[in-house]
Structures are given as structure tokens and as C-alpha cells.
Ligand binder design. Sequence first.
Ligand code: SF4
Ligand SMILES: [Zn+2]
Length: 423
Amino acid sequence: VSGKVSARIENRARQLFHEGWPIGPLPMPCVCGAPRHAHSGPNRTGRHADTGCYRYRHDPADALALRAAKAASTGLVEAFRRYSAETMPRPEVRDGQFKVGPSDYGRCPRSIWYRENPPDGFRPLPEDKRAAEVGSMIHDAALAARRHLYPWRHIEQPVVVPGLDRPGRPDDYDPITGILDDVKTAGRWKWDMVGQDGPPDEWWGQVHIYGLAKQAQGHHVTHVRITVINRENGREEPFMRPFDEAYAKRCLDWLLGVLTRLDLGEELERNRPGPSTDPLCQRCFARVHCWNLDEAKELGRSGESLTLLGRHPAEAEIEKVGLEYVQARDERLAAHKVEKELAAVVDGIPLGTYGEVVATEKRNGTYEDNKALVEQIRAWAALPERMRGPMPPLEAPVREKARSIVWKRRRASTRQNKGEEST
Ligand code: SF4
Ligand SMILES: [Zn+2]
């Protein structure tokens, strides 16, 4: 059932839905009125003599009622997931080719290896992609708006990236301005990171590789831009750079290197420090296999320790790591001392912006002042009985914790814009 449904079918479907279905196997009635199982043939799709039916066809009203029942309990994100899968299927590649694309630039090579050429018996862990899916909703809606408003732009037009098996789909290229734009959504963690340091190298690399692909099609790319939208509050920040062809080629080479090693059947290396400390490893579908987490748990060691040092590390190896650890700690202690000395120097400076740096006040939340509550009750109890009013309510006053002053670099895009103004 798709498109417009006749009022007759709709009315019957409504009736069927409200009548409900019997418990047990669904009857799946035929247009002849008989249930499916009364039809002949191994699949019960043949004749039914009693009604003179020659072939089973699911009653469209029953089919519609069943679909409506299922849809009624399908969540928004799940519906979007199905919609994306149906309207924008992942590009297929032929046998022996790999689905490595521009968005893999900078990704942990080993996670690409797990995805493309997994070892025997490897099973990916389930991933929670809901935040990413909400990001895709925003992304798709934003591009649909641009497609409508700016019909001359190339929105999500497939391109062949020289050397890659899988076509890519850059978000938005404007042949008039020469700006190639990539839209990224960010949760709080990403937003703060991008605010401090600008977009990560992976994002710049990806959009630059698309730039190469556009150039290969004969288009002129002057600038690449990354537009970041905060999923939480709708703020957005654009970051723009001139298109750098040499950098783009280096990024593409990195991807081609990964592809070559996949072709050769090599096991690719990790470029992340491990699930004890790294948020990406912590969310990676391969973390248990990659870091031998099951075995490590049995042995009472961390995945990193077992994987990097082995079951029976030699004394010299332990010594080496131990020394590195001691050195890192000493450097931290030294840095912490300098930090405290500098904190003393900025102490008492008014809040505000000073060039590239801002001093802001950070709220630290509230707390229930139970001490004050006890005091109130004591004071009340201490009064002579005739002077006491009713007992005060047993609610601790809520107070704000002391605010702290945080020194930060200004958001990267603000610094950039200011730089542009002054030139
Ligand atoms: S767990 Fe970490 S190191 Fe291993 S594949 Fe995943 S991201 Fe890479
Ligand atoms: Zn029938």
C-alpha cells in the first residue's frame, strides 16, 4: 500500500485496527475473505476452492491496518534510520573492493580494517548511533533548505574520488563562488573542542579530498568551508580556508595507503591510545577484540597493558614504560606548579576578554544547605515553648555553590573572524 489509499480501504482498515487481531498467528486474510493458511501450495499463496479464489492476495485493508499498527509504535529516530537507508543507500562496491571514502580520512586505521576486512570470528559490538542520527536529521534538513533556496549549487552530488572504489558525496559546492562546504553537527563535547582548536584535521582532510574530486570533474574550488551546528542550541559557526591542493593530495595519499594495505591483506595499526582513556576507543565497535578486553579482565590487567606489553613482558620493557610514566608524571607536577603560580598572577583580574583569551565565570551548580536547616530547627527548639511558632518546614535552603573563574582561549572562529576584519 503506498500513495493515496481509497476511502473505502481506509475505512475498513480503521475498523480492522479497532477490532484488533486474534492472539496467535495473524490470519492475513486474502481479498477473497479466506485466511492465508486456507490457501493451497507450499507458501499458502495458491487457490482456495470454497471462495473460488485462484491466487492468494493479501487484503489491502488488513495490510494497511497492520502497517498502521506497526508505525504507531515506531520511534522517530528509528523511522529516520529506515528512511535514510531507503532513500540514501550506502554506496555499493564490487567484490574485492573496499568502502573506504573521504569520511574515513584520519580515522583509526585499525577500525577501518575491522570494518572492511575483519578477522575470522570477529563480531562488531552494537553501537549507540542515536546522537549521530539526530545529527543526520539536522544535516539533511539544512541541505534540503539550501537545495530549495540555491538551486545552482551542487548539493550532495556524487563524485568519483580519484583512486577510491566508492563514490563520495560532498555536501554543497557553489560553482559561482567556488566554495565547497561541509556541514557538521556537534554535541557539547565536539562543540567545545571545535571552539577551542577549530575543526579537527579529519574534517579539513575530508572536505579537501572532496575538493580534489570536484577539481577532477573540471570544477574550480577556491575555498573549503566547514559549517558546524551545535545540536543542542542551534548555534552555528563557519570555518573557511583557501583550498590547499598539496594538503588535499597528502590526505588522499593517506587514504590510498590504507587501501593498498587492505588490498595486501595487512592488519592495520591502531592510532588511538585505548579504551581506558580514549572516548573514541570507548565507543568503538571493535574495542573488545582490538584490546583483548575479555582476556585482560581474566588476568586482572588493562586491555592496554596486555595488548601493548603482552602476557609476559620482559623486565627491560616494563622498565621502559615505567620510566616514561615517571617522566610524564614529573612533567605534569611541574606544569601544575606553574599553573598555580600563574593562577595567582591572574587572581583578581576583572572578567572580560583580553586579546585571544577570556576570563569567564563558571557556575558550579547548587547544593542543599542541610547545616542551615539543622541550625533553624535548633534555634526554633531552643525558644521557650510559648514563643515558638509552628515548626519551620523541613526543607533545606538551596544555595549556589561558589562560582569559579575560568580562563579560556576564545572560540577559534571568533578569533578567525577578528583576524579577517583587521586585514
Ligand atoms: S578500539 Fe580504538 S584502537 Fe581499536 S580499532 Fe577501535 S578506535 Fe582503533
Ligand atoms: Zn483467496
